[in-house]
Write a protein of this length. Structure first.
Length: 181
């Protein structure tokens, strides 16, 4: 099976629909975090939807601490910040409408490959997972001044293959602040 890179938007549909299981999502083993002194888990809001009858997200958050993370920083906190800035941005005069969020890497890739005329409508703002990674790193350095940047590892926990690909490959000249997915 071959992916045509000039057409692929990293949406993951090939993984879901291939009858032979020829394509697999790329992710990092949990052991990839062993090289860091301070390990931060960034659970995506969609993570909690993977569990039936989950009455309390703290079960999952505590589970992340029990498997070896030193801290858990929920991406939903950063999503609220991005949403607030987006509302302000949309009130700015001269914003091209419709405005398109840059939060989904598959949509960004679709626009760049197939609909470049829409690029001027994209809101140039980091996605919540990147904002969360930056906030989590800053918090860790504030609370643990003995840590250097290279001591801190950030692991984004997401079921989305597009976001995993984004972290691995970056987007344009931007390199992700996330170390593992």
């Amino acid at each position: 099976a071959v992916i045509k890179s000039d057409r692929c938007i990293d949406c993951g549909e090939c993984i879901r629909h291939c009858p032979h299981g020829a394509k697999k999502a790329i992710s990092d083993p949990l052991s990839s975090m062993d090289e860091f002194k301070w390990k931060i888990a960034l659970p995506a809001p969609s993570l909690f939807g993977q569990f039936d009858n989950l009455d309390e997200v703290d079960y999952v958050l505590n589970g992340l601490l029990k498997i070896g993370f030193d801290e858990v920083f929920e991406v939903s906190k950063a999503a609220e910040i991005v949403s607030a800035y987006t509302r302000i941005y949309l009130q700015t005069e001269g914003v091209k409408k419709p405005a398109i969020s840059s939060a989904c890497p598959a949509i960004m890739r679709l626009i760049s490959l197939r609909f470049p005329s829409l690029e001027e409508h994209v809101i140039h703002m980091l996605p919540p997972m990147e904002v969360a990674a930056g906030l989590a790193r800053d918090k860790a350095k504030r609370e643990h001044p003995e840590l250097k940047d290279e001591d801190i590892g950030v692991c984004f926990i997401s079921p989305c293959p597009a976001k995993a690909s984004y972290v691995k490959n970056g987007f344009g000249s931007y390199k992700s602040q996330i170390d593992a997915v």
